[in-house]
Design a protein around this ligand. Structure first.
Ligand SMILES: *Cc1c(COP(=O)(O)O)cnc(C)c1O
Length: 359
């Protein structure tokens, strides 16, 4: 049997074993064509069929309405930090950002280079441990309100999406396909890098409301949604390997019962770990309870030295990726779709043993 450990890495991260095994079996001969999927043209009928099916399946599973077009774009989430303001602020207007953590802050700094963008709320002074309960007024001529559904580094997540006078742009990178409650009727764009739940890194899955797919003559063509939409995401040679694996993961999600199944699983796995943390006087989590992330759970022991010992010894015990992000330190367990609840039980057992051995 394949040697597999418990992988709690924040991204790239664990993928379903069945998907990896299928990919391995097909690697040298894709669908009986005598070539690898890595070796065939993206214009071949075989690849095009897979590509279009991936887009259709992804849209169906997430429940995207017909007035949204799914796009597969290179450059991961970072390229979207730029493409969003380049397209949505192309004919002026302003944008409002909720500065909820590391990723929202990065997105805002990009938007500021492009147009009129400002934070209407910031959690920076509080160390990014909470989200706004209500929002201040939006600036004049506001084209969109930008938010990060789940702050991967800080461990904070919206339990419900805010109501606002402008359409929402949502970075869903780290809770993509783990929750069934996206407010499509209030959204302009929903997007995510795929490496947190869905596929290998380098690709973004972006849903754009179709009325926003207009050309902007002064924006470099490759950075317009219109160019990619018109070519059904085959404008350039796309990252075919990522798309191939994304297709397999989408099929895997469907086979388990769709997003509803993973929404429930995500709730169950995270509740198990939070309940343990709440009962513990050894480990702490300082995120406002109403906004605790279900996919990235941050915690600490009593000292930075002990935190380091915790993740180093965990690695030796087959529990990988528990070191907190370098910006915030501490510890972090990422509970994405492909991480089984048995891994959470194994983590809790390890936490118990570690606390007993390091009183
Ligand atoms: C990981 C992550 C990103 C960055 O993804 P890249 O693919 O590296 O650009 C952006 N936003 C969130 C919420 C993330 O978790």
């Amino acid at each position: 049997m394949t040697h597999r450990i418990h992988n709690f890495c924040a991204g790239p991260c664990t993928l379903p074993l069945s998907v990896l095994e299928e990919a391995r079996a097909e690697l040298t001969d894709f669908q009986g064509c005598g070539m690898s999927v890595l070796e065939i043209s993206h214009r071949s009928a075989r690849f095009e069929a897979l590509h279009h099916e991936t887009l259709a399946l992804a849209s169906r599973l997430i429940g995207a309405p017909d007035d949204f077009q799914a796009l597969l774009l290179p450059g991961g989430a970072h390229q979207q930090f730029d493409m969003i303001p380049l397209n949505l602020l192309a004919d002026d207007g302003s944008a409002a950002y909720i500065d909820s953590g590391v990723w929202a802050d990065k997105a805002l700094k990009e938007a500021e280079r492009v147009g009129q963008a400002q934070a209407i709320w910031s959690g920076r002074d509080g160390g990014y441990t909470t989200l706004p309960d209500s929002l201040p007024a939006l600036p004049a001529d506001c084209r969109y309100l930008y938010l990060t559904s789940n702050e991967t580094v800080n461990g904070i997540q919206y339990r419900s999406y805010p109501e606002a006078a402008a359409p929402l742009v949502i970075d869903a990178s780290s809770d993509y396909y783990t929750r069934a409650d996206l407010p499509w009727a209030r959204c302009a764009i929903v997007y995510g890098g795929v490496q947190k739940n869905l596929a290998p890194a380098g690709l973004a899955l972006v849903y754009v409301r179709r009325d926003l797919l207009t050309d902007h003559p002064r924006v470099p063509r490759f950075l317009t949604y219109a160019a990619h939409a018109a070519a059904n995401s085959l404008y350039n040679t796309p990252p075919t390997w990522q798309i191939y694996l994304l297709h397999k993961v989408m099929q895997w999600i469907e086979s388990k019962g769709g997003i509803i199944h993973f929404d429930r699983a995500s709730q169950e796995k995270s509740a198990l770990l939070y309940d343990y943390l709440d009962r513990s006087d050894y480990y702490t989590n300082t995120i406002a309870p109403a906004y605790r992330s279900r996919t990235n759970i941050v915690f600490r022991t009593r000292s930075a030295e002990l935190d380091t010992r915790f993740w180093q010894e965990a690695e030796k015990n087959g529990l990988s990726g528990l070191k907190g992000h370098k910006i915030v330190g501490g510890l972090r367990a990422s509970l994405y779709n492909a991480l089984d609840i048995r891994s959470v039980h194994a983590l809790i057992d390890y936490m118990d043993a570690f606390a007993a051995e390091n009183p």
